[in-house]
Structures are given as C-alpha cells and as structure tokens.
Write a protein that binds this ligand. Sequence first.
Ligand SMILES: Cc1cc2nc3c(=O)[nH]c(=O)nc-3n(C[C@H](O)[C@H](O)[C@H](O)COP(=O)(O)O)c2cc1C
Length: 386
Amino acid sequence: MSAILPAITIAHGSGRLLPDRQACRQVIERARWAPSGDNTQPWRFVLAEGARFAVIGRDTRDEVVYDRDGRASQLSLGALLESIRLAASEVGRRALITPLDGDQRQPRWMVALVGDPAARPDPLATQLRRRCTSRLPFSTRALPTGLRSGLEAALGPCHRALWLTGARRLRAAWLNAGFGRIRLIARECYQVHRHIIDWDDRFSMDRLPVDSLGLDPLTRRIMRWALADWQRAELLNRLGCGTQPRWQLDLLPAVRCGAIVAVAADRDPDSLDAQLAAGAAVQRLWLAATAAGLQLQPLYTPVVLGRYVREGRRCFAADAPWRTAQTLTARWDRLVGDGADRLVFAARLGFAAPPPARSIRLAMDEVVMGSGNASTPPLPPALRPG
Ligand SMILES: Cc1cc2nc3c(=O)[nH]c(=O)nc-3n(C[C@H](O)[C@H](O)[C@H](O)COP(=O)(O)O)c2cc1C
C-alpha cells in the first residue's frame, strides 16, 4: 500500500476511524445517487487494494435514441465523478481520479482516496442523497436574482446559464411540448419508453416510477396500454390521443415553474472530456438548487435532438419526426440565442416540495464488484493504471 494512502483516516465530524475499504464504500454509496438518463446508472465499481476503486462506465447508444452519440451517458458519468469528489470530502479525503485505458464507449477511471487533514466537507455533499428529479408542477414564483447568481456560480467558470424567463419561458414550454410530440410519434422513442417506466413501484431501482410522471389515472392507463405495443401507440397517435399525455408530461410542467435554464459550455462540448466537465457543472448546479429548496427537472430532449439536427445525425427512420425535430430546433435555437449550438443541458426549476415518488438506485452489491469480501482480488489487468 502506498504511503500516501493511509489505511485509516478520521471521518469528519464523527471522530470515528474509517478504514480504507469502508471509506470507499461510503463514497460509492453516496456518489451513485448522481443523476443518469432514465436512471440507467451507466457505471459499475471495482474495489481495489487500499483506498482505491475503479469506475467502469458505459454508454447506452445501442439501446437509447437519446444517447446515440454517448453524450448523455458521458454527462451522467461527469456528474458521478463530481459526486465522488464531493463524497470524498465528507470522509476527510481527496479523490484523485485518473483515466484508465478504455474506449469512449467504456471509459474507466481509477479513484484514489487520499487522506487530507486540511480537507473540509463540501457543503454540496450533504445534498447528494436529497437531490432528485421532480416532474410535477412547481410554483411559478420567479427565482430571486441572488439565487440565480448562486446557481451560476455553482456551474463554475467554463459553463454559462442562459435563463429563459417571462415570455421566453412560456415559448420554451410550448417548444418543449412540441418535442414531446416527437417522443410520442417516433418509433425509436417508443422503444425506449416502453422499457423505462416502472408501473408498480413508487421507488424504482432501475427505471422511472409511473407516480413520478405526474399523470392522472386515466392517462396513466392509456399510456400503459399503448406502450405495450407499437401498433397501439400508432393507433392512438392517428386518433389524436397524444395530446393528453403531452399536456401532462411536457406542457403543464414547463409552464408551471419559476424559470427554465439552458446550460452552455464555453467551448465546443463535442468530446468525452467536455461532457464530463459539463456533467460535473450540472451536478453542482442541481445540488445547489436542492440546497436552496428548489426542485429541478431536466428538459434534455431539445438539447439532444437539437444536437442531432445541427450535426445532421438522423436518428429517426420516419420522415415526420425528423422534419419536426428540424423545425423545432430552428425555433429553439432562435429562442436560446448565442450559445444554442454549445448547449449541454436544460432544465425547469422552481420552488416545490420534494416529489412523493422517485427513482432510487440498484443495490450496492449489484454495482460494486469485490464488495463485502475482505480478500478482494487485485484489479484485473485491463483495469490497472499505466
Ligand atoms: C443526461 C440526462 C438527461 C435527462 N433527461 C431527462 C428528461 O429529459 N426528462 C426528465 O424528466 N428527466 C431527465 N433526466 C433525469 C433522470 O431521469 C433521473 O436523473 C434519473 O431517473 C434518476 O432519478 P433522480 O434524478 O430522481 O435521482 C435526465 C438525467 C440526465 C443525467
């Protein structure tokens, strides 16, 4: 074991001795509450010797139309790595994160938790477990200027918040409902949605609980029926029955919020590193919003479909959804203005109570390899640094 990785450190505030293995597990336990598209949790962990563990990422481009370029998964991984840094500060350590060999589709990192007597818990760390996605209506009370400045500061120096408030917020809500229509008529979207809703549990370990979607009981039943079979979904679309879910899922929530924020990177965000940085910034903004009593829901569809349209990456076989995506992107870009081509994220925010249903996470034993085993074997060669 390296001399700079003491086997035992003192957990802040408790005066308790926290062995390396326990520190790793505690950091992973907290950090895995990072957000991920549709709660896919594109990460696994391998405990190594001492206070080290590997993070194994993967993207969902083969399964998920919203992740065809892997950027959504990479953003989630960026949020996870930032969460690891924050969680490490709670156990009196600093997380040194080093990339390991691995391709873009399966990026990997080695995390070393270095004892740091000067480290103080980052206040955002206390929000890791509280932060969540709320898809319900929020108060329309405007966000005070000071609060907006605080959220901008949380983003850090390389990302900018573009606020859509007042009439622009309502136009954004309307466009968001337009993007929602694409989600209903495109078969590629249907193939995602049919798998991601958990119809039975209020707290879903690997999907979105239906209770978190804010649907009335009738719409919920119609959606459940339609999502069982593409022919049914098509029939409902032909009969014009998509309006109701679109109102409830997209228009109403986007109208009922205090602000819509788009996050733009200072530079072209088209690389793994840029998306990791974006994920870290977004996670800090989200945690700061949580600390301030705000709820947040990502509005990622305009961001991702806009990117596909600008890059000419046709993601739908049928013409209609693709043409609609092109038209809406042109409008969305005009609305957002400077920075629209560098967007990494967008969200609605507002004051509200936490939602009564939420996604939770896979059990630790499912995501941590080598856990609960004192004689964990060393990392497999492919995961070793250098
Ligand atoms: C890249 C990314 C895109 C997301 N897009 C959306 C979205 O468009 N709409 C939405 O309701 N939630 C979206 N989410 C939120 C996830 O569904 C949510 O983080 C996940 O289900 C875990 O739930 P939690 O955030 O409550 O912990 C997105 C999250 C990430 C990281």
